[in-house]
Write a protein that binds this ligand. Structure first.
Ligand code: FAD
Length: 568
């Protein structure tokens, strides 16, 4: 008897096979703007389905290793990474995944919407990047921080062009060294101290507990200027060169790729997921550092420039992983036979996939909205966009992080037993999704951040305004959808008002996660309605089903089954 071997086909091209991505670009960029982006997007999609897919598998199979000593006992603290990881690094530079919003040519073509194009690039690149999307996010955050006027021009001119280079031979990425073992969420417990040197540079001493992309040429580190007092507000961001080549403290005889004096890599973390990404514990002893802004001025606000960028990247990574998981699960269902037919024809399995497609659509527009707002803040200095982004960045990060984990679990299950077997590549979907709600703020920590934004900065107002406008847009599409949105808008107006009146009340704090998720889900419905009102039929169906599932807690299985093709 011959042994049965399941055939599995690759999913569709992630750009041409994603109608919501294309119609969203058409709406935000206009036909000419979208046409100008098509070449870039098609090139990246071709790389993703070709060499980058193989590089992704290679990087996953060959995790990084820390080499502490050379053969003669000299400390080298070198992080060796795989060829696949290096291929991902080169592709990120070549396709301008970090650089695009900083390129003059891109800003001339798309203006503030260069961030919209970047979101599309990330949507294609991230899911099969072996989590090189993480150093991409941190490099973008560092570039945004270097771009603010408070940063010394000489520091900016020396480092920003390297972060935004599109030549893989010169492009660098960045780490960010914030978390310490005594506190990641609670930065007020940070104990790394910065001391000024005579030449305007600083020396940092302390221990950093989670340092991803530990092979990067630089990192943004948070430190407490000596004598600055307690709390988190006074923490200041510093640029720390990782290698001797960029540290004036290194002697002329030291190899350029030796660690910068005072920078020690203790060990790499043995993590649940993100296996290809080197995450280290790093010690600093009088390490050379350049201040990013005046350390005498409380610096946490400056550091938030970076954090907002990494949070919206996190949302984009979550949304893109959901979409790619769906594509893989659909391709498998086309090939797999169950109960005498193709799995793809089972109404029950179709309902499962259709429901996941609704979630993927919601996550996509929510992350995309955050990028669109970020672009408007950076290019036009748009105060309305800044006010909305204050709440949207944490909301998008927290909501998509949770959706990504739930979806990844379903995608693994959609492959049956094969989904649990390492060399199919499927288990990593779940492992890697789990970092999304943790890194750059856990769900609770972000929910509290939203509460602060609402209570202290009136960040609820632009959200309520958008929701109210969406009620009117929804009315001609679906009266039931408009009614749901109107009801939820009224409910949120009351709850956000209560939170503003007494943000420290036990009930308000205990309910912060629920309120944040409800707000994020309502905002997502509004964003789908906006896309639908522009004429996108897929978004219209997604908006109706999203609102029923996430706002009214209804079972949408029958409609998800019926509309599966349209939703994908
Ligand atoms: C794979 C990976 C890579 C990472 N890379 C980096 C990196 O490159 N750079 C970096 O700086 N950090 C990095 N981190 C660290 C990460 O940002 C922190 O772990 C995260 O912010 C949580 O901080 P913590 O570990 O101190 O957890 P804690 O803050 O101790 O959290 C424990 C629990 O307490 C909850 N909690 C915390 N505060 C509150 C509160 N006020 N109210 C209610 N609940 C609360 C949290 O939600 C969580 O459930 C990485 C983490 C991972 C897993």
């Amino acid at each position: 008897m011959t042994r049965y071997v399941q055939s599995v086909s690759a999913p569709d091209d992630p750009y041409t096979g994603d109608p919501l991505l294309r119609s969203w670009l058409e709406r935000h960029l206009g036909p000419a703007g979208h046409a100008a982006a098509k070449g870039r997007l098609a090139d990246l999609a071709a790389d993703v389905t070709g060499p980058l897919r193989a590089a992704h598998a290679d990087a996953e199979a060959h995790p990084p290793a820390l080499v502490r000593y050379d053969p003669w006992g000299a400390r080298v603290d070198r992080v060796d990474t795989s060829a696949g990881w290096q291929a991902q690094r080169a592709a990120a530079a070549r396709h301008a995944v970090v650089a695009l919003p900083y390129l003059e040519s891109a800003r001339a073509t798309w203006g503030a919407s260069a961030r919209v194009v970047q979101h599309a690039l990330l949507h294609l690149y991230a899911p099969e990047s072996a989590t090189f999307s993480c150093p991409v996010a941190m490099a973008d955050g560092a570039a945004a921080l270097l771009s603010i006027p408070e940063v010394d021009a000489a520091v900016r001119d020396a480092w920003l062009p390297r972060l935004t280079a599109t030549d893989p031979d010169t492009a660098i990425v960045s780490g960010q060294w914030m978390t310490e073992s005594q506190g990641g969420s609670d930065l007020s417990r940070s104990s790394t101290i910065g001391r000024p040197a005579a030449d305007g540079s600083w020396r940092l001493t302390g221990e950093k507990w989670f340092c991803s992309a530990a092979d990067s040429a630089m990192a943004v580190a948070l430190a407490r200027p000596d004598g600055a007092g307690r709390g988190s507000r006074v923490l200041a961001p510093f640029l720390v060169p990782r290698y001797a080549a960029d540290s004036p403290l290194a002697g002329a005889t030291v190899a350029a790729d030796a660690p910068a004096p005072g920078v020690t890599v203790h060990r790499l973390k043995d993590k649940l997921g993100t296996w290809a990404l080197p995450t280290a514990e790093i010690g600093l002893r009088d390490a050379y550092a350049l201040p990013l802004g005046d350390p005498a001025v409380p610096g946490l606000v400056r550091a938030m420039t970076l954090v907002v960028v990494t949070r919206v990247h996190n949302a984009s990574a979550a949304a893109s992983g959901m979409r790619r998981g769906l594509a893989y699960a659909r391709a498998y269902a086309q090939a797999r036979q169950v109960a005498g037919g193709r799995l793809a024809e089972s109404p029950l399995h179709r309902a499962t996939l259709g429901t996941l497609a609704v979630d993927a659509a919601g996550a996509f527009v929510l992350a995309g909205h955050a990028f669109a707002l970020l672009g408007r803040v950076e290019v036009g200095g748009d105060p309305a966009a800044a006010a909305e982004l204050r709440a949207v960045a944490p909301l998008a990060k927290l909501a998509t992080g949770r959706l990504a984990v739930a979806s990844a679990s379903e995608y693994v299950e959609a492959f049956g037993g094969a989904g649990y077997v390492e060399d199919t590549g499927v288990p990593r979907l779940l492992r890697d999704a789990q970092v999304l709600p943790i890194w750059e703020g856990t769900t609770n920590v972000l929910a509290l951040d939203v509460l602060r934004a609402v209570a202290r900065e009136d960040a609820g107002a632009p959200l309520l305004h958008r929701l109210a406008a969406a009620v009117d847009l929804a009315r001609p599409l679906s009266p039931a959808l408009a009614d749901t949105l109107a009801t939820v808008t009224g409910e949120l107006r009351d709850r956000l008002g209560e939170a503003t009146a007494d943000p420290a009340a036990v009930e308000v704090v205990a309910g912060a996660r629920g309120l944040a998720l409800r707000t994020a889900y309502a905002l997502t419905a509004a964003l789908l309605v906006e896309q639908a009102a522009w004429g996108d039929e897929q978004a219209e169906v997604a908006a109706r089903l999203w609102a029923r599932r996430r706002l009214r807690h209804e079972d949408i299985a029958a409609d998800a089954h019926r509309h599966l093709e349209l939703l994908c």
